[in-house]
Design a protein around this ligand. Structure first.
Ligand SMILES: [Fe+2]
Length: 569
């Protein structure tokens, strides 16, 4: 069974699952080069089909992560006569929505965009936004047992927060909350007040928080968020009119609270406001999640939705001691909805299928050495072919050089996981500032994250568990913080990726070779891009980044590109 998942909105994406197994998944921003691209993900769909050697007419199901009709969403498909659209309900029922889609497609397109033909047995299904989030979490958890599933974001299909039970391969909605319960919007409004993009800069608010003291702004945000107690919404918040617009391909929001909160920023200081916002978010989510764990009678938790990009929140839940299993879908924002919609469709059509785990996120395009060689030759660039690229780069990193690293399939989700990374030694505190100043050009307070050998992780992390996706933070183990100062945040936490040999052998070898040279099984790993750009996908973009930044070396597959004067230094 071949199912194409599509999300159209901010962070548009497409994903393909074949017989229940994920085959490809990519956000369209990686192709359009517009961060959080909002539009029809043509290129992602083409990529997903090509990755599996399929044509659109081979598809059994197209699963859309929204209740909005395909007629409203655009004109992508050339639909055979008689095709109908359905809402795939939580209970697994297919409810036809309105008239059949007109044959021949919905609008005329320019000749250079080809419509995708669908044959009439293809089902076009709509999966509600939060249901798709819930499915992305539950069906990648690898746990058949009873779970509490929590989905939280700004708003999707009219809902900011929903509570589910996952059991025996089925998801049941326990409660959903209205717009007035949106903690995502609250945190976004604070982010806008601090001067950043609502829907993008929330990680900066979280990163700034440890520099402040919530007591210095205690209670000042109380009028701006909904209140929860015992798992229930006890005080709604009226967010007033919302303003949104698409600017240069990306979506932006504004709410009037942001202007009022900005005055508080001026009064109390940005870092203290950020600290208070983070405190509020953690406490409110705790007041939702812990009581629901009790109500459902489980210690297993799965989460998705953009709010769970907040790694400090995830750490707090983990260290509470109230959960034994915590699975956060590592692409929890809306770019993960294509996977969620497709997984929900699969498990409804094939009830009783196994709930698989998620070994990795390398679901994007890859480029073979021959292709990289051609890209280099076209640009008259000379690069060394390295028999052992991991060993060579480990030596450069041990020598404190900054290396761009493009290897294998690109990772889905917001974190670089060794497919498209900028790497440096974590052993010198000043390396954080060096990367910020020479390569990333970003705010000095933002932390960098470590990749570490999975087998060494227990010695470096407090209350360790395997964590492949940089989706939660841990306290760095005492006595180890000083060894890796460039990746330990102001509050003593790290947000790690633990790397297993069988999951990514090349990246594991790089870490292992670095450890052999330095005694440290850890690298500073940040995404291969410059501030404000989406993560790099193609080698040509990596080359552009290399020459437009202070990177010393660029490893493209087996090829190593050096800057004149930086070689051998
Ligand atoms: Fe969402």
């Amino acid at each position: 069974m071949k199912i194409l998942g599509i999300h159209i909105g901010h962070d548009s994406s497409a994903a393909l699952i074949v017989d229940g197994r994920l085959v490809a998944d990519v956000a369209d921003e990686r192709f359009t080069r517009v961060k959080h691209y909002c539009g029809m993900p043509y290129q992602s769909i083409e990529y997903c089909l090509a990755a599996a050697g399929l044509k659109s007419s081979d598809l059994d199901v197209v699963a859309l992560s929204s209740l909005s009709r395909i007629t409203d969403l655009g004109y992508l498909f050339d639909i055979a006569a008689g095709t109908s659209e359905y809402i795939l309900t939580r209970e697994g029922r297919l409810v036809p929505i309105g008239r059949p889609v007109p044959a021949g497609g919905l609008a005329q397109l320019p000749l250079y965009i080809s419509k995708l033909p669908l044959t009439s047995p293809t089902l076009v299904m709509h999966v509600e936004h939060h249901l798709a989030h819930a499915a992305s979490a539950y069906y990648t958890s690898g746990h058949p047992g009873t779970q509490l599933v929590v989905t939280a974001d700004g708003l999707g299909d009219g809902i900011p927060l929903a509570i589910w039970k996952g059991e025996q391969g089925r998801l049941t909605l326990l409660q959903s909350f209205p717009t007035s319960a949106s903690l995502g919007w609250f945190f976004g409004n604070v982010t806008e007040a601090l001067g950043w993009w609502h829907g993008d800069g929330e990680g900066k608010t979280m990163g700034l928080a440890p520099y402040g003291d919530p007591a210095r702004a205690a209670g000042v945000l109380d009028p701006y968020y909904p209140k929860f107690a015992g798992g229930d919404l006890v005080e709604e918040h009226d967010f007033g009119p919302t303003h949104g617009w698409n600017e240069a391909g990306a979506y932006h929001w504004h709410m009037e609270d942001a202007g009022k909160i900005r005055k508080l920023v001026e009064q109390h200081g940005a870092e203290h406001l950020a600290a208070e916002a983070q405190r509020v978010l953690e406490e409110q989510m705790a007041a939702i999640i812990y009581p629901w764990l009790e109500r459902v009678g489980t210690r297993n938790l799965s989460c998705a939705g953009g709010l769970f990009l907040n790694v400090k929140l995830n750490q707090r839940i983990w260290t509470s001691g109230k959960v034994d299993v915590q699975h956060i879908y590592p692409n929890p924002g809306d770019s993960g909805l294509a996977v969620g919609a497709a997984l929900h469709a699969y498990h409804q059509l094939k009830p009783g299928s196994t709930v698989e785990g998620l070994p990795h996120l390398y679901w994007g395009p890859s480029y073979a050495d021959e292709e990289i060689e051609r890209v280099l030759a076209e640009r008259h660039l000379e690069a060394n072919f390295e028999e052992d690229i991991a060993g060579r780069v480990a030596g450069l990193l041990a020598d404190n050089r900054i290396v761009g690293w493009l290897q294998g399939r690109m990772e889905s989700g917001p974190r670089a996981l060794g497919g498209r990374s900028i790497l440096m030694s974590p052993t010198r505190a000043e390396n954080k500032d060096i990367i910020n100043a020479r390569v990333k050009f970003r705010e000095a307070f933002r932390p960098f994250c470590p990749s570490m050998l999975a087998e060494d992780a227990p010695a470096w992390l407090e209350r360790h568990r395997p964590e492949r996706f940089m989706i939660t933070s841990f306290d760095a183990a005492p006595g180890r913080r000083e060894r890796i100062p460039a990746v330990v945040h102001a509050d003593g936490t790290v947000r790690p990726q633990t790397v297993e040999q069988d999951v990514n052998p090349l990246y594991w070898r790089l870490l292992d070779q670095f450890k052999r040279r330095t005694g440290v099984p850890v690298l500073l790993n940040t995404s291969l891009n410059i501030r404000g750009e989406p993560m790099i996908c193609h080698p040509r973009e990596a080359i552009r980044c290399f020459y437009d930044s202070g990177l010393d070396y660029l490893a493209l597959g087996s090829y190593l590109l050096a800057k004149p004067g930086r070689d051998g230094h």
